[in-house]
Design a protein around this ligand. Structure first.
Ligand SMILES: *[C@@H]1O[C@H](CO)[C@@H](O)[C@H](O)[C@H]1NC(C)=O
Ligand SMILES: *[C@@H]1O[C@H](CO)[C@@H](O)[C@H](O)[C@H]1NC(C)=O
Ligand SMILES: *[C@@H]1O[C@H](CO)[C@@H](O)[C@H](O)[C@H]1NC(C)=O
Ligand SMILES: *[C@@H]1O[C@H](CO)[C@@H](O)[C@H](O)[C@H]1NC(C)=O
Ligand SMILES: *[C@@H]1O[C@H](CO)[C@@H](O)[C@H](O)[C@H]1NC(C)=O
Ligand SMILES: *[C@@H]1O[C@H](CO)[C@@H](O)[C@H](O)[C@H]1NC(C)=O
Ligand SMILES: *[C@@H]1O[C@H](CO)[C@@H](O)[C@H](O)[C@H]1NC(C)=O
Length: 511
């Protein structure tokens, strides 16, 4: 049987095998531009961040404070940033992002540039600093720190006067980026409120931020380092490129479809971040309840599983703690993910490909590299092919309904379109057709059973490279009939895809 296997596998691949070349010292494939920076790669690998909306709004039952709430309302009785960071770490969130200042202008740290801050509140007798407490807690739990500093400030008297306000904002940014150690992410947006004739000097802000924190990523709806996905429900486009033209958009004036899907011709690496709140509002309200764990799982598939970072808002309550019901849901969400993704039916698969860079014997780019959970080991095909196929023999028949694919994005994002088939009664049947992969692609489909799977890449921007392929069973979300999970939700995404495929090539041997 063992001797027959390679023959059988070769027979199952449709494309001809590439000629076997010398395996000696084959250089790695060239990167395809654009590629991520160190900070962007670190951001992407972190997969999930926990957003913490907290401030006077938490106590006044509002979402957008007017900037006139008395600082005395800020009076959490039991604030424990250690609890926030622990909740994040235990649920697999590798970063916490705090609203250091929201639109109301109230600062959660004692800023020297305003009196509208924790220093004017009764909390810790006016000597408290939420940012400092969270920074210390995050360090202790091994999670990164991110800070949101709202440009729109409804309290600050110089707001509306371009130069003084921009300098004021940069002064507050300097406080945040010099007092609390490493900051991994700065969050901001273009919100301005009531038609103020004032400019935000974004380029100057970005220079300052990168000057003070070399390894930070800056989020806004249009980048520079990570872009808003274009909705607040945490869902990315079915097609989602990390490539994007910064020159095509400006902050505060993005195009929803462009943000959702990115651009296969984009000149800049600006991956998308999906923000969503666990509750209806961004701030805590006694009357609101969190979403359930299967809803969070669905969001996970449509954000992390579509090449994005998920930033899930879990707002601390007016005691200054994350509520029990939110912790309960996060724990369930964590257990569900663990149950699904800790059992990979392909873990011990025999993997072959119709070609291997440097020849079939070249271990450096071997098909079996895709079984390793790392973007730094990957399968690469022989150069200049027009057909790319990988075959997986699971060793025995298995039932599954989820696939996970990954690309080594440090070398750029490549795959435009692919499909996966299973062998049923000696015939290949397509179970899923999809577009981009990027850092991570999760695909869910009706439960299916097979021993053999075949991945075919229809088109790519350059030689496609695959760093991970996994096969899983999700017995949680099936029950809740997730509608249109793998359907392209918008025909304009298909148009984008067709346009995109002009850059690569379609397999003439596709099923
Ligand atoms: C803060 O309040 C004190 C006392 O009223 C005042 O002297 C100071 O100028 C204020 N600082 C700012 C930045 O508004
Ligand atoms: C992005 O830039 C590239 C190169 O200039 C261009 O080909 C492409 O059409 C641009 N995309 C958009 C949406 O403008
Ligand atoms: C979870 O919430 C969704 C949306 O509200 C609902 O459709 C689903 O039935 C809920 N699932 C469970 C297990 O309660
Ligand atoms: C906030 O959450 C904690 C649990 O972490 C709970 O004990 C407390 O009662 C909650 N506070 C309010 C106001 O709901
Ligand atoms: C793969 O092999 C390991 C080690 O023998 C074993 O523990 C694991 O259960 C196997 N996984 C599958 C999916 O067969
Ligand atoms: C698809 O996108 C277009 C352009 O952004 C939009 O006009 C249309 O409403 C969208 N359709 C759906 C079904 O979301
Ligand atoms: C795509 O494939 C066709 C047919 O195999 C070939 O003629 C064409 O040159 C290829 N195009 C690219 C961009 O590789």
């Amino acid at each position: 049987m063992a001797a027959l296997l390679p023959v059988l596998l070769a027979h199952l691949l449709l494309c001809a095998h590439g000629a076997t070349a010398s395996a000696a010292a084959t250089p790695p494939p060239l990167p395809i531009l654009p590629v991520p920076s160190y900070a962007q790669l670190r951001w992407q690998l972190s997969e999930m961040a926990l957003f913490l909306h907290f401030g006077p709004n938490t106590f006044t039952d509002s979402e957008w404070g007017t900037g006139r709430a008395d600082p005395s309302v800020f009076a959490p009785s039991a604030l424990d940033a250690g609890q926030w960071a622990r909740v994040a770490a235990r649920a697999g969130f590798r970063r916490v992002v705090l609203t250091a200042k929201h639109h109301d202008g109230f600062c959660l740290w004692p800023s020297a540039l305003t009196n509208y801050s924790v220093a004017a509140s009764p909390w810790r007798g006016g000597a408290g600093d939420v940012v400092a407490e969270l920074a210390a807690a995050a360090r202790a739990e091994g999670v990164g720190l991110g800070l949101y500093l709202s440009p729109w400030d409804r309290h600050e008297p110089v707001y509306g006067d371009t130069v003084p306000y921009n300098e004021h904002y940069m002064g507050q940014m300097t406080e945040l980026l010099t007092r609390y150690g490493e900051v991994e992410e700065v969050w901001l947006d273009g919100a301005k409120g009531d038609a103020k004739k004032m400019d935000y000097m974004f380029d100057a802000w970005f220079s300052l931020i990168h000057q003070l924190q070399q390894r930070v990523v800056i989020f806004s709806d249009a980048g520079p380092d990570t872009r808003w996905v274009g909705d607040e429900v945490g869902v990315a486009g079915y097609t989602c490129w990390s490539t994007f033209n910064k020159s095509s958009v400006t902050i505060g004036h993005t195009i929803a479809e462009y943000s959702r899907c990115g651009d296969p011709y984009g000149q800049d690496w600006v991956p998308a971040e999906c923000d969503v709140s666990i509750r209806p509002g961004w701030f805590w309200h006694a009357s609101e309840k969190p979403k359930n764990a299967t809803t969070l799982l669905d969001i996970y598939y449509k954000s992390v599983g579509r090449n994005c970072l998920l930033i899930l808002n879990v707002p601390p309550n007016s005691s200054g703690l994350i509520s029990d019901e939110d912790m309960q849901v996060l724990q369930e969400f964590t257990e569900i993910r663990h149950t699904i993704f800790s059992h990979n039916f392909a873990a011990n698969a025999t993997v072959t490909a119709n070609s291997v860079r440097g020849g079939q014997d070249n271990l450096q780019f071997a098909p079996s590299n895709v079984l390793e959970d790392s973007i730094y080991s990957y399968w690469a095909p022989q150069e200049g092919q027009t057909c790319w196929e990988m075959l997986f023999d699971l060793g025995q028949s298995a039932s599954f309904n989820v696939l996970q694919l990954q690309e080594p994005i440090q070398l750029g994002q490549r795959v435009i379109e692919f499909h996966v088939d299973i062998l049923i009664d000696e015939l290949w049947q397509t179970i899923v057709e999809a577009t981009t992969i990027g850092y991570k692609r999760l695909l869910k489909f009706p439960v299916t059973e097979s021993r053999y799977l075949k991945l075919s890449i229809n088109s790519a921007r350059a030689d496609p490279l695959i760093s991970f392929f996994g096969v899983f069973m999700d017995s949680f979300s099936g029950k809740y009939n997730l509608e249109n999970h793998n359907k392209r939700t918008n025909s304009s995404e298909v148009i984008m895809l067709r346009t995109g495929s002009a850059a690569g090539n379609r397999s003439t041997a596709a099923m």
